[in-house]
Design a protein around this ligand. Structure first.
Ligand SMILES: [Zn+2]
Ligand SMILES: [Zn+2]
Length: 1115
């Protein structure tokens, strides 16, 4: 086979798609420019051009000359962050008779509010999405809004460079002591005087972080060598992830937190502020990340023994406080500058100090705080609009007006106060509300304009993707032409592309700003155009185009119904792409895809009946039950049998489709939906019997999938060889299965039950998966190293009866393998093909016609290692999922089998009538394969939303956390795109399967053993080796078709996101779907290439093997 053109063309297609995705995303994903400037106390509050004469005369110098609050209300603060402390958790309602596990457990807040209302406050604390911990820490410390892209950085949290509270504290001489979630240490390296970080990523561990904090918290508080203590508890969050909120463990955890807050509040002194808050909430399943109110609403509790809020306040207090508002509030209360990029609004109700009873003076102080706040926000806006030009100028001007007007009023009032003239209370109130409106409008504008898009990149990205689809389609449909002249095509494309992009780069370098995307865009667009132009001007392609068009018209005119087939398939594909444009169809994508998939299955049956193939054979089959059948009649009987198999396979497909719905997860948008029971890890099941049943089911499904593959290998005689691949199948796979089962057993034991065995259980739950990983890697390496599963039986031996018997007794050469797949024919065919080139040089030897050896498993030499790799991946991926999903993986295997069988039976029924192209795999089947890959994305419990990513996968085998970010990211990636991986890696089976199933059709019909020249010889996959050119072409076509379908889906998703970019659901539905589709394409293309490499590896080994065999045996 031709290896180079195949690999080059496929990588070329992949590159084009990657470039398109990259360009599009660079324009679509919102990027907020970081302003790397910091506030400082010495920043002047008043611009020089304001008349300040009265002001400066009358106000003492230490008041308001600088940006800091002159006399901070608190000199110290204790900040307790209880991760995922939902607002519901913090409320206490004595009326609830039968509280859920999370209800009424934290009583301390309500007790303090009742007993000392002037000293404490409880608010709902609303976070901006994404509600992930790192984003929240960033948001609260900088006072800024995160953008969509940031969400991916959760694993690579690096230091915050923007101005933030913590660095301001440090700069202003506050001694900060930190304890808890180690994310802080990486976000604020060297900012703490003392820090006690604990690993945060193991969500199964409920206690390490919290107990670690408790060990240091009270001693530190008593030592008094601190100004700020920050403690970040993770237990509640981890408990939510592990068990969900309504679980006894949560009650225990919340009670513990209640105790902690109580003890800390008792230790607090008058000059100290206690702040307790949750960084985000959680859903009913205990997850977070999205923007539903359950995830955004946390609790914020403030307490101090001195007076916190004056009880006779004029202002109505808000019930809900945005999270970013805490930033300026804390800054002003502690007397440090507000971080430069903060757009938060100070919580004015906390501003008047407790001893001020003069109403007007209080309000003046509030106005003063708002003025400082507004001044800082305005300064940030000015700087930001210089750095990034996407803030709308009109709004900016309007805001500037508001700000100037309010400031003027403030200075006038301030002057009036300074000259002891009576203050107009009405005016003061209006001023406060003016500042308020200004700050809120700034927040609004930032929220809107940080959702800006770069239209040019978006358009170029779409153009490149459309071009990639066209190129991919041409490669798939004209595989032979493209392959034979790939050098000219690619050379011209790359050369012109490089020339054009080089020109653009030079031009930009000297005269404009250099932009990587435009260079890449020029390269790909020009290269695509050149590719298509060259293709159109190839010598034979014009004629080919014409021929094909004429053919299509001819058949259509003749009214041959076979032409409906591509039409219907095209319709189904169109519907699939169209469904990506509707948010409700994306929400219900699982149902859409399985509907389309089962429609295709049924359509094949209907179409065969309509076309006469099924009906024909059915009726004729009944007629010819009498003996003495002609060979034609025999063929009909066989067709009838095929038909039965076909119907059974369609039924199997429908069955596994229906059953796979059991494993679905739930999106926020689906109101009536309960997530599958199988998605929860076994340890969360409280019913022991149910847990045991689930465990047995999972183990059985692992064993079944292993058994099925083993049976298959035995049946085709691949199980006797001494190669490493067979060694993997014989010993490593069972060992891997055992490892996984043991790991599941260990990890699902409840912690309470074997207290004495804790140490052992912890050890075992990290050792077993690691062993499994090592086994998996060894297995993959072994299969690639030595993929041949051919067993050679010398003829000399086979003539002596007993030895053959002993092979059979070993149990691994099934009787069928002996009868049907005993491969003398294959071997001869192979030898003939090997010797044909020699024919010119030397004369043929006589032994040529007499088989000297017999080789088992040669007929499935390509698909056997493919199947092994498939099972290896299946086991690995099952390990990375919750235990219950092992069943889903078995279903996937069955469904893939059903599709393969449908494909091979259909093509044997259509034989030479429709699919006249050699080895060509029809679109219909490729589409089914691609749809199955989407469908099993859902059936393995995944959803195209960020909160639904199964982060737990990163800690399987690494419960104590990771030292680097590559491995966890890889594990989560494998977990998320498992369906893409499995179906992409096994995609070439579509090409092999009809050939494998061939002998059972042809072997019985006439050909005797040893008959050589007949075309009926069951040579199975050796047929591919006999026609190496067709082989690589068919492979190229198959891969290009598979990539095309995925690429076109990606294009549809991209277009949907681009067209609907102002849609209400864009960040909730379309953009996440697009990102999942894009990463799915990356993974798919990568594994398609891996499977290609495997096939080439087999091919190389086979050639070497044949070369070795011949000289030895013919000597
Ligand atoms: Zn959190
Ligand atoms: Zn969490």
């Amino acid at each position: 086979m031709k290896k180079l053109p195949l690999l080059t063309l496929i990588s070329w297609i992949c590159f084009l798609f990657y470039a398109g995705i990259g360009i599009f995303l660079s324009g679509f994903l919102l990027v907020k420019v970081e302003v790397n400037r910091t506030s400082s106390c010495r920043d002047p509050l008043f611009s020089e051009n304001w008349s300040l004469n009265i002001y400066s005369k009358n106000v003492s110098q230490n008041q308001l000359v600088d940006f800091c609050w002159s006399k901070p209300r608190f000199s110290r603060a204790v900040i307790l962050i209880i991760d995922a402390l939902k607002y519901d958790f913090a409320q206490f309602d004595s009326k609830v008779k039968d509280p859920q596990h999370f209800q009424n457990k934290i009583k301390v807040f309500s007790e303090y509010i009742r007993s000392s209302p002037a000293n404490s406050r409880l608010y709902a604390f609303r976070a901006d999405p994404p509600t992930t911990t790192m984003q929240r820490i960033k948001g609260f410390s900088t006072g800024s809004l995160p953008t969509f892209v940031d969400i991916g950085n959760n694993f690579a949290s690096s230091a915050i460079l923007e101005d933030n509270l913590i660095s301001q504290m440090q700069k202003n001489g506050k001694r900060v002591v930190f304890m808890g979630d180690d994310t802080w240490d990486s976000l604020f390296p060297k900012h703490f005087q003392q820090s006690f970080p604990f690993p945060s990523f193991n969500v199964k561990d409920l206690h390490t972080v919290d107990n670690g904090i408790l060990k240091h918290l009270y001693p530190s508080m008593k030592r008094k060598d601190w100004d700020i203590i920050i403690a970040h508890f993770l237990g509640v969050d981890h408990c939510g992830h592990r068990y969900g909120p309504d679980h006894p463990a949560m009650a225990e955890k919340l009670t513990q937190m209640d105790q902690v807050i109580r003890s800390v509040a008792r230790l607090i002194e008058n000059d100290t502020l206690l702040v307790v808050f949750g960084d985000h909430g959680m859903t009913d399943t205990g997850d977070h990340g999205g923007e539903s109110q359950k995830e955004t609403d946390a609790a914020l509790f403030l307490y101090t023994p001195s007076m916190l809020v004056s009880t006779e306040q004029g202002l109505a207090e808000p019930m809900v406080v945005p999270q970013i508002d805490l930033t300026p509030t804390l800054a002003l209360l502690l007397g440090i500058p507000i971080p430069y990029s903060s757009i938060g609004k100070v919580m004015v109700q906390l501003i008047p100090s407790g001893d001020l009873f003069d109403h007007n003076a209080q309000e003046l102080q509030q106005a003063e705080a708002l003025f400082v706040n507004a001044k800082q926000v305005n300064r940030f806006l000015e700087t930001y609009s210089l750095v990034a030009k996407h803030l709308p100028q009109e709004t900016l001007d309007h805001l500037q007006d508001m700000y100037l007007k309010a400031t003027k009023n403030y200075i006038m009032l301030r002057d009036a106060f300074a000259t002891h003239s009576p203050l107009n209370s009405q005016e003061l109130k209006k001023l406060i509300s003016d500042f308020h409106v200004y700050l809120v409008s700034v927040q609004e504008m930032c929220k809107v304009s940080w959702a800006q898009f770069h239209s040019l990149q978006i358009i170029v990205g779409i153009i490149v993707l459309v071009g990639s689809c066209v190129v991919c389609f041409i490669v798939s449909e004209f595989a032979s032409i493209v392959e034979s002249s790939y050098k000219e095509l690619l050379f011209l494309a790359v050369f012109t592309g490089a020339f054009a992009s080089g020109t653009v780069a030079i031009f930009q370098f000297f005269w404009l700003e250099f932009e990587a995307f435009s260079v890449l865009g020029t390269f790909t667009v020009v290269a695509q155009v050149a590719f298509l132009w060259k293709f159109n001007h190839l010598k034979n392609s014009n004629r080919y185009f014409l021929n094909r068009a004429v053919n299509i018209i001819n058949t259509a005119l003749k009214g041959e119904l076979q032409m409906t087939s591509p039409l219907i398939v095209f319709m189904v594909f169109l519907l699939r792409c169209a469904s990506l444009f509707s948010d409700s169809y994306i929400v219900a994508e699982e149902q859409v895809v399985s509907f389309l998939l089962s429609s295709l299955g049924l359509f094949i049956l209907v179409h065969l009946t309509w076309y006469g193939n099924l009906l024909h054979s059915f009726i004729d089959g009944f007629k010819t039950t009498n003996p003495g059948m002609s060979s034609q009649q025999m063929a009909f009987v066989k067709d009838k049998k095929t038909m039965h198999v076909l119907v059974a396979c369609v039924a199997l497909l429908m069955f596994s489709l229906c059953l796979s719905h059991v494993f679905h997860g739930c999106r926020d948008e689906q109101v009536i939906c309960t997530p599958s029971l199988f998605l929860a890890p076994l340890c969360t099941l409280q019913d022991v019997q149910l847990r045991n049943i689930h465990y047995v089911l999972s183990v059985c499904s692992l064993l079944t999938s292993y058994y099925l593959v083993r049976r298959w290998l035995c049946y085709y005689g691949n199980f006797n060889s001494h190669s490493l691949a067979v060694f993997v199948a014989r010993f490593e796979l069972p060992l891997l299965v055992v490892c996984i089962c043991l790991f599941w057993a260990v990890s699902s034991t409840p912690e309470e039950s074997f207290v004495n065995w804790q140490q052992f259980i912890r050890l075992a739950s990290s050792v077993f998966p690691r062993v499994a990983f090592v086994l998996f890697c060894l297995g993959i390496a072994a299969v690639f190293w030595n993929p041949l599963t051919v067993f050679v039986k010398p003829k000399v031996l086979s003539e002596e009866g007993p030895i053959t018997q002993s092979y059979r007794a070993s149990g691994c050469v099934s009787p069928q393998a002996e009868l049907q797949h005993l491969i003398p024919h294959i071997y001869q065919c192979m030898r003939r093909s090997y010797q044909v080139p020699k024919e010119e040089g030397e004369s043929l030897k006589d032994e040529y016609y007499q088989p000297t050896v017999e080789a088992f498993g040669l007929g499935t030499v390509y698909s056997a290692p493919m199947l092994l790799i498939l099972v290896l991946f299946q086991l690995l991926l099952a390990l990375l999922h919750p235990e219950g999903l092992a069943l889903s993986f078995l279903l996937m295997l069955l469904e893939a089998f059903a599709i393969l069988q449908i494909h091979s039976k259909t093509s044997s029924l259509y034989r030479c009538r429709l699919y006249s192209d050699k080895f060509s795999v029809p679109w219909c089947v490729v589409l089914m394969w691609a749809l199955a890959s989407t469908q099993f994305f859902y059936a393995t419990g995944h959803l195209p939303t960020f909160p639904s990513i199964q982060w737990n996968a990163a800690f399987i085998g690494f419960s104590e956390g990771h030292s680097n970010q590559v491995l966890p990211a890889l594990l989560v990636l494998l977990n998320t795109f498992s369906s893409c991986i499995l179906l992409a890696v096994s995609c070439p089976l579509l090409l092999f399967w009809p050939l494998i199933c061939e002998p059972s059709n042809t072997a019985k019909s006439g050909s005797k053993l040893g008959e050589l020249k007949s075309d009926n010889i069951p040579v199975m996959e050796m047929k591919l080796r006999d026609n190496p050119e067709y082989f690589s072409r068919a492979l190229l076509q198959l891969m290009a078709r598979y990539l095309f379908i995925h690429g076109a889906q990606l294009l549809a998703s991209v277009c949907a996101a681009a067209i609907l970019k102002r849609h209400l659901m864009v960040w909730k539905v379309f953009a996440p779907k697009l990102l999942f589709e894009a990463s799915g394409f990356l993974v798919t293309s990568l594994f398609v290439i891996i499977s290609l490499i495997l096939i080439m590896r087999v091919d190389v080994c086979l050639t070497r093997w044949v070369k070795q065999l011949i000289p030895v045996d013919s000597r």
